[in-house]
Design a protein around this ligand. Sequence first.
Ligand code: ADP
Length: 243
Amino acid sequence: MSSNTDVQLIKNGKRLSGRKLEDLREIKIQPGVLDNADGSCYLEWGNNKVIAAVYGPKEAMPRHTQNPLKAVMNYKYNMAPFSVEDRKRPGPDRRSTEISKISGAALSKVVLLEKFPNMQIDVFVDVLQADAGTRCAALSAASVALADAGIPMTSLIACCAAGKIDNKVVVDLDKPEDNHGQADVPMAVIPRTEEIVLLQMDGHLTADEFKTAMRMAIDGSKKVNEIQIQALKEKYQGELNGD
Ligand code: ADP
């Protein structure tokens, strides 16, 4: 985010990518891409590429981490060194620790953890290519990977960001918009109820702009949810049909 206004991001109502204010980038979702995980999902969102792998539920280790009332949700977000233009230093940092914590908390709202006392569910998401919006891409992929693993949930979680560029509220900021924009608000929702399970904000919005941004992010998340459901249907209906 910057207060820098010397880069014009909207011309004649269109963004630099050609998108309208309410347009998402193209999203492709493929569940079940890894043989050695219990569930997995590869997701492309514009130029973002992420892969999610789920293991478990399995006995929580070390033993002192076990909770006799419910399973422990371990979510690990990681950016590959080659995912960004300047090589990223490998390993965890404050940003990835923060994203892991809030994303795991968001998933804990829908996964039926109390069905699996003393167990753990591990969700690993690796960002292979980053172009802004990776936490939304990662969490949307993780949700599909959990479904692919057959882990009981009350709902999928879908994510989308909204924000402000050139004094206009827009949905799903890409990298130039993230760099030169005025605000970015990533959100995750339970699509059916519109309950918000993750919300962060970088930059500044007025109260009215915030309301518009919330509406746009919820509507964006619902579009993401349709693609998630379609991807799962294609895989599992295909398998039932013997494809
Ligand atoms: P998100 O990817 O969820 O939008 P941020 O707003 O923190 O998260 O990051 C925006 C973008 O900035 C990322 O998608 C990535 O392209 C880039 N970025 C983030 N962290 C780094 C880093 N350590 N090195 C290089 N680029 C980074």
